[in-house]
Write a protein that binds this ligand. Sequence first.
Ligand code: HEC
Ligand code: HEC
Length: 393
Amino acid sequence: MQQPMQRHLIWDVPTRLFHWTLALSFAGAWLTSEEDQWLSVHVFLGYLMLGLLVFRVIWGLVGSHYARFSSFGFGPQAALTYVRQLIAHRAARHIGHNPAGSWAIYLLLVLAGVVGLTGIFTLGGDEQQGLVAGWISFAQAQTVKQIHELAAIAMLGVVAGHIAGVIVESLIHRENLAKSMLTGTKLAEANTPITRARGGVAAVMGVLMLGFAGWWFFYALHAPLEKQLGLMEGTFKTSNVPFVGRTLADNAQWREECSSCHMAFHPSLLPSRSWVRMMAEQQDHFGSDLYLDEATIAALLTFMRANAADQHATEAAYKIEQSIPPGVTPLRMTETPYWVKKHQDITPAEWLSPAIKSRTNCAACHQDADAGTFEDGAMRLPVTSWLHAPAKR
Ligand code: HEC
Ligand code: HEC
């Protein structure tokens, strides 16, 4: 005889907290993926997802019954059969994860891992920041970034499939599955419940997540919250990437010779061949004679060539160098295709405005121009109308 159905606890609190936090962090990371100013939030959510992932794997081994992998260890065949039955309206109801849902979980866990790890490497290569800063080059980072994006798109696809499955299941079995992932309970026969909600574990998780957020936004990034959230402060665009990449090489002699008429442009802004040409033509440097002797030229060139754009020490260096066609040896950074593209939204009148005066006054808009890094986070734009300029790469 069938036992009477009662409301029973099925999903423990840690599993539910995991589920909804993962969903929110995925959505948040997706929304913050396009604009540089949201990068620190994006990266925070990525680390959070990786942390959640580690928790879920552990919880799949030691958690309560329905959270354990052993309770939903269905093979791919079982998942396909289940989908077929679902289409034919003959699918049996599962109290825990059904075979198709289980596969959505496996795929999501694997994809989240791929997205998280490739994210760390994209950050380390593309921005030269984070845990593996400088481990890979900018060029390698472009490939890793593509994998990162493809895996995220695949993850979105699985999420869509998962949501569709939940809706179909809920309709067929006339129960609100999304709600039971909130409350943790389902109508089930008397012998089915788990015994404890394990709120203590969830509380520890909550404290860890909040602690990490606090550390990340207030301590690690050394910036006030409104800056972290990318809000506008006065007429300045406050950026969201306060963490700084590597410090570039400096040289006293270069500063002395090259900063009297304009700021000392860091050698990483032009390729080696440009500096060689500039030194060869130093008697006619944009109309001025630099009066450099042979020894000075040699010393300057040693520093410039060792730190030229070809060394790819920064994102700007890499992108400037990549944008110059082979065989072209520009003398101006401001004529390189990457520079032109990045500054195309600024009108001639704006260039001439008193706060800027000239294209070569890089420091008017880039706070780290003197250091040569040109980080996204160090941009301070003195004209309000640029606040919404497209920030895509
Ligand atoms: C006597 C003054 C003077 C000195 C010293 C000088 N420059 Fe210049 N430099 C100029 C002028 C003038 C321009 C053109 C500026 C402009 O168009 O806004 C220029 C432009 C440049 C540009 C191109 C900027 C662009 O538009 O992208 C580079 C690069 C440059 N200088 C590098 C150097 C280096 C390296 C040294 C040291 C070896 C140096 N300059 C020393 C006067 C000088
Ligand atoms: C009038 C303000 C202004 C001046 C002056 C200026 N820039 Fe920029 N710079 C910008 C803006 C705006 C962007 C585009 C921001 C974006 O796309 O998110 C930008 C972007 C860049 C980037 C790309 C940063 C990135 O990773 O997105 C580099 C590199 C750069 N500028 C270098 C320079 C150099 C070198 C100079 C001086 C020769 C200079 N800029 C002068 C406003 C300025």
